[in-house]
Write a protein that binds this ligand. Sequence first.
Ligand code: F6P
Length: 340
Amino acid sequence: MRIGILTGGGDCPGLNAVIRAVVRGSQPSGDEVVGFRDGWRGVLEGDAVTMDLAAVRGILPRGGTVLGTSRTNPYAVEGGADRVLATLERFGIDALVPIGGEDTLGVAAKLAEAGVRVVGVPKTIDNDLDGTDYTFGFDTALGVATEAIDRLHTTGDSHHRTLVVEVMGRHAGWIALHAGMAGGATVVLIPELPFDVDAVVAHCQRRFDSGYSPIVVVSEGARPRDGDLVTATGERDPFGHVRLGGIGTALASLIEARTGRESRAVVLGHVQRGGTPSPFDRVLATRFGLAALDALHAGESGVMVALRGTDIVRVPLGEATARLKLVPVERYAEVEVFFG
Ligand code: F6P
């Protein structure tokens, strides 16, 4: 079998581990692996490279993706779907393994419906893909965010100021929720639950009153219940997502004005996405890669490999991309116990 592989959307620690697992795992059956560069762009334009053992040597601990990535959407390009089919024909590709989030796998689902043999692999540091308990990349991002919060506690307390940490999470607050709980945040704000500015200020004030300084962890996609605190540039990517950023800075100024104490914002941004994957993410990514191969050998198509408990299972791509996995209110209630 000739297998095409690609990585699309935002990069994510662990992508190389999946690529390596597919290439290494395909050796015994004699499958060939072709890597398309920069996600769906490489498929649209027929930009590909042979992925043999030499191509994957040493990449397990490396962040990013050796194949490159982009947010190219073939369905937003005139004749895009036909160009994708033509490339697959030209390269003699029997099956595709797209590694991506909701957007990349949304394209995969449409291609599967069009008759292409596809087994998707979920990735996103946001952990918001439905159908899987965890995506790889999340654990690494969480480690970065938690370490940052640990460090900010000591400098915040020394200067008696509020530190607002803005973390990634466009639609879902999983990074903020977990990092806020692991790091002992004063308040955690997530996109799923618009926040009350007065309550945030009151939590910060209470923290100051107890002799310590507040740490506010806010997802980039979080919004206040009322008012128009900030926060997007207005630019959109090919999947229609607005470029976010700015809620942390806006919130820090507001908290400073309302508490009368100095405040600073720290935007973790792409630091959360870069660098070497955690052992958990390397293992999950490797298992996903092997499971994708197994699914292809079992004749599957239109499915995504997923983690359920400790097992790797297959779920229909359509089901996995139909909605995002958001933070449930009861999970937020757990972290709320520690506010103030
Ligand atoms: O989807 C993952 C993600 O990291 C989001 O949390 C964030 O909004 C977005 O990617 C940032 O994308 P870009 O790399 O285009 O700035």
